[in-house]
Design a protein around this ligand. Structure first.
Ligand code: TNX
Length: 516
């Protein structure tokens, strides 16, 4: 019964409903795909055929429920799952799976005592429409199979956005047909970054990898089948050294010898940013044309964070641009750059989202903001009528260390414990009284940056169990006052959830501390 994230309401009358070799599974109109998913997943775990028919598990759409909401009733008569949409049904199916116990997450689980669902009535709907996780596949490449696995992991937690950070100084991970050097050159760097600054063993081996367009189509389709939207990020105009290393004409070649640049091998903020020439705008339009073909998401993330302006200050062509446009300063230049792509995306029916630095120098009219340097950017943007995804680093940066123990395998200094994440509230007090602005907070996101994570085992360690706490914050109707939250109750429910994570093969951080 220990559901994570907690549902809106749960009643648990006595009794169980057994699932056997003859239990049927059927779906009404619009429920077919979720029925197929459930049959495949439970079939794989329990070895039950779940043939079509009545009297067993029944899935139906119900227009009276919230779009992503669902109702699950299990009693002696069987299992009835209704959803406000196919997505609602899918989240309900995830609840059903949790109720079956950890073995429901195994392949070919061996059970001598059979399978049964407890009698329950669950009414549920999410608090936020954007419940995201950012996976930084630029700092360290994660093979496609790992990304697909993360789609399943976040789906099991009722998260519905996978923000893929595809480009950065340290790597370019998306195949662009028109510009092959982006991946030929830009997807590799001379050495891994792990160990570089943490006093541990330094990994001097080369690191790289990228997704072909077929890989990305596969990831997008796999996610869509699980009601997850993949939001691609192409980070501009900062965080672009990998692209400049591949195509030196993109950098400020009148200031630095961009032809001598290689894909960056250290972490941190980088001075090598894009130039603001026409050719660079055209280059990124071409890149984005291919990105839009691959990713049908309403939002496209264009970064905009941490763009040092020193090279623009020194660059004759950037200064000429400032004059030509009558801009006040280099902040205005960044704003002009982002506005260009805001219009470009809008003309193609998409919306730009960027990190809160895009507020500096004026926000592009259609832009949404990922508020990462705290709540302030998000508050300002929401008050100005822009949509906001809250992801303040002080709360939901899962690359930050889990405890102050010296044994923690990562040196990102700030401590964000499981309890800290559980007590994170996406809506700051400033917006709670302002209903119109609060409505612009469309959701929240936990970000997993991977400067210090070079494989999926370390991503697991940092993402979990904190992502489970985050999922409850994003989905459940928790008290907005962080102090009023029942962390002890959550921690108790986590006992059952650790068993699920074990069955899923997640190498989470053990609640007692780093494993020896
Ligand atoms: C800041 S969040 C960054 C990332 C780093 C992260 C490390 C953001 C927009 N920029 O580039 O990976 O801190 O915690």
């Amino acid at each position: 019964m220990d559901l994570i994230p907690a549902p809106l309401s749960l009643a648990r009358p006595a009794g169980t409903f057994p699932l056997t070799a003859t239990t049927a599974l059927d779906g009404g109109p619009g429920a077919e795909s979720v029925a197929a998913w459930l049959r495949a997943e439970l079939g794989a775990a329990a070895g039950l055929p779940l043939p079509p028919g009545s009297g067993g598990i029944r899935l139906d759409l119900d227009g009276s429920l919230a779009a992503e909401g669902y109702r699950l009733v299990v009693d002696a008569g069987g299992v009835r799952l209704s959803g406000g949409s196919a997505a609602g049904l899918f989240w309900g199916a995830q609840t059903l799976r949790q109720l079956l116990g950890p073995d429901a997450y195994r392949r070919g689980a061996v059970r001598t005592d059979g399978w049964a669902l407890p009698h329950v009535t669950v009414e549920d709907a999410p608090r936020f429409g954007w419940r995201g996780m950012l996976l930084d596949v630029a700092r360290h490449f994660l093979p496609k199979a790992d990304v697909l696995r993360y789609v399943d992991l976040i789906a099991a937690h009722k998260l519905n956005v996978l923000h893929l950070h595809l480009t950065d100084d340290q790597g370019w991970r998306v195949e662009i047909r028109r510009y092959p050097r982006l991946t030929e050159t830009g997807s590799w760097r001379e050495r891994s970054m792990v160990g570089f600054r943490d006093g541990g063993r330094r990994d001097d081996r080369p690191h790289g990898g990228y997704y072909t367009q077929d890989d990305l189509r596969e990831i997008v389709a796999y996610a869509a089948a699980r009601h997850i939207t993949v939001v691609p990020e192409i980070d501009i105009p900062g965080h672009s050294q990998a692209a400049i290393a591949a195509y030196p004409e993109l950098g400020n070649h009148d200031v630095v010898d961009t032809a001598a640049l290689a894909t960056f091998t250290d972490w941190g903020v980088n001075p090598n940013v894009l130039n603001v020439e026409d050719g660079t705008l055209r280059f990124y339009e071409h890149v984005l044309e291919e990105v839009l073909e691959l990713f049908p998401s309403a939002f496209v993330h264009l970064g905009g964070d941490e763009c040092p302006k020193d090279q623009w200050r020194a660059s004759a062509s950037a200064q000429a641009r400032i004059k030509e446009l009558g801009l006040a300063d280099e902040d205005g230049l960044q704003s002009w750059f982002i506005r260009h792509f805001d219009r470009w995306l809008a003309a193609r029916g998409r919306r730009l989202i960027g990190w809160d630095e895009i507020l500096e120098g004026g926000l592009a009219p259609g832009a949404a903001v990922s508020s990462w340097r705290g709540y302030e950017g998000g508050i300002a943007a929401a008050r100005a009528g822009h949509d906001v995804v809250m992801c303040p680093e002080q709360h939901v940066y899962l690359d930050h260390r889990e405890s102050a123990l010296a044994e923690e395998p990562i040196p990102v200094g700030y401590v964000r414990t499981l309890e800290d994440v559980y007590r994170y509230e996406p809506l700051p007090p400033e917006l709670r009284q302002d209903e119109a602005a609060a409505r612009h907070v469309i959701g929240t996101q936990a970000n997993v940056w991977t400067e210090f994570m070079d494989d999926v085992r370390s991503v697991d360690y940092h993402a979990f169990p904190r992502l489970a706490a985050f999922a409850e914050v994003a989905w459940s109707d928790l008290p907005q006052d962080p102090e009023a939250r029942d962390y002890a109750g959550f921690a108790e429910r986590m006992t059952a959830h650790y068993a699920r994570l074990d069955a899923m093969g997640v190498e989470y951080r053990h609640p007692d501390g780093p494993r020896p």
